[in-house]
Design a protein around this ligand. Sequence first.
Ligand code: ATR
Length: 280
Amino acid sequence: MKQSYHLGLIGFPVGHSRSPQMMKAAFEGMGLYGSTYQSLSIQREDLEKEWKVRLWEQWDGCNVTIPHKVAVLDLLDEIDETAKEIEAVNTIVNIDGKKIGYNTDGEGYLRSLEEELSLDITKQRVFIVGAGGAARAVATVLAKAGVTSITFYNRTTSKAEQLARHVSRWTDSQIVTQVDAWEAIQTSTLLVNTTSVGMAPNSECTPIPVQWLHDGLIVSDLIYNPRKTKLLTYAEEMGCQIHNGLGMLVHQAAIALKIWTGMDAPVVTMRDALEKSLKE
Ligand code: ATR
């Protein structure tokens, strides 16, 4: 087993990411002193060039974020089954020059949900706001975990339709537009915001009108900055159980660390480091 790893994050922009602070705490907790985790800002059009020229000179692996999660699929030597199903990659391991892609976002979300809330996944009627990459990972994993149904609501309806078709092999799925969204939410049990609406610095916005919520809902927001979005604040006031994106960020990273190192990551230490970095 290696004593230290050189890892990183590629995306654009990556300056706001708290992953380096979280990974530093993880390396210390795992005794992997001398390991590094570096953010590398790569624009969409530069990915292929950087991939060939610079990226793999030193790195043992990396995380991938917006806008490269789908684009890297074409550059990899091998893609793990889950990443194939989600059709996106957020973790790459470099084994002797062979690059293998994984997706830990969906499993990270599921672990966080199960850890923070006591709920029977198979009884959930899920309403997902958004139909981008994050929605794809969350919807695929929830559908495979056996939720009762998933309803998608997205600004661009065609993307919601595509995602509903994608998960229909595992669960009941449908889309709604603004006209019938309220009604669909009234019969839902778990509402998940996967869009960036409400993220700092635009934290006054909500992805749906808050009047659509009801007190029988669990409201889950993938955003972790702010920790309590406007959506979650209203939901809590209304008596809903709430869940934010911090746990997903920690668990997707912990699963990635296990893939890279074979070791269990210190999730409590990582979460503490993340919370601390968000207060700074
Ligand atoms: P990610 O990988 O984080 O999911 P993405 O693939 O760019 O990022 O998807 C972002 C999602 O947030 C999409 O569903 C997007 O809606 P569109 O499909 O219509 O683009 C949604 N989104 C982003 N900004 C939004 C806004 N201001 N209002 C409503 N939806 C928004």
